[in-house]
Design a protein around this ligand. Structure first.
Ligand code: HEC
Ligand code: HEC
Length: 203
């Protein structure tokens, strides 16, 4: 029953993309895409939403509105963007954006990709860093509330990995703990590798 309801919501949103928005529009996608890019592939500092895990998107929206995810750009942009969203609207936005096909940003440093891949797949035993693959999946595709990382932009990934180490809060554990043990060079390598992981290689 719930499933049918959310499918209907997606149809309604897709339909709304075809024409100009009217006052009664239930989900104004353009309130999001003017920052996140017209096909939600990310733009400037706003990350890609296309193909992100549905449950993860919903959790982030709840976290922004509760002022838990508190790094500077989240405060500046997303606290306001979620201030008047109902839990139902958050779910519908999550269902919609997760259904769009993601493209890889491919904007990291290719020279660092092999080092990043090694950390992603094996972790760093001597620094007690777990292999990212254990949670985020062999192709960085994510699962349930664990986000897809493959093809997110280098700048966004780097900023996220840096900011947890600086004490900003996540929607859910365990990333702040994991990233505190990473050096700037290791963060750069991970962000570089992940920016090149393409959707085509997934699933
Ligand atoms: C004014 C610009 C702006 C608008 C409007 C906006 N966003 Fe964002 N959004 C951002 C920025 C910038 C970030 C990155 C925050 C950070 O660095 O932590 C972000 C982050 C997010 C994230 C976290 C993604 C991740 O991978 O963790 C989600 C989910 C999100 N936005 C959804 C939305 C939705 C849904 C809407 C429309 C209701 C929306 N945004 C409107 C700028 C915007
Ligand atoms: C024990 C499971 C686990 C491990 C191991 C793990 N992660 Fe995560 N990761 C998560 C969860 C859960 C989230 C979502 C956190 C939230 O909701 O705030 C996340 C979020 C992220 C994000 C945010 C993505 C976005 O769209 O903003 C990045 C980047 C990330 N992880 C990178 C890594 C890297 C790199 C490693 C390896 C060094 C790693 N993770 C290891 C569970 C894990």
């Amino acid at each position: 029953m719930k499933r049918i309801k959310s499918k209907t919501a997606i149809v309604a949103i897709v339909f709304s993309l075809a024409g100009p928005l009217s006052a009664g529009e239930s989900l104004p996608i353009r309130n999001c895409t003017w920052c996140h890019g017209s096909s939600a592939q990310g733009f400037s500092t706003a990350p890609r939403l296309a193909g992100q895990r549905e449950k993860y998107i919903e959790n982030q929206l709840l976290s922004f509105s509760a002022h838990i995810r508190d790094n500077p750009l989240s405060q500046q942009y997303m606290w306001g963007a979620t201030a008047n969203l109902s839990p139902e609207a958050m779910r519908d936005f999550a269902a919609y954006f997760s259904s769009l096909p993601p493209k890889a940003a491919n904007d990291g440093d290719p020279q660092l990709a092999a080092q990043g891949r090694a950390i992603y797949e094996l972790g760093i035993a001597e620094a007690n860093v777990a292999a990212c693959l254990v949670c985020h999946g062999p192709n960085a595709e994510g699962i349930r509330e664990i986000p897809r990382l493959g093809g997110l932009s280098h700048a966004y990934l780097k900023r996220r990995l840096e900011q947890w180490g600086q004490g900003f809060h996540a929607a859910a554990e365990p990333m702040p703990q994991i990233t505190r043990a990473l050096s700037p060079n290791e963060i750069d390598a991970l962000a570089s590798y992940l920016s090149f992981v393409a959707y085509e290689s997934l699933e």
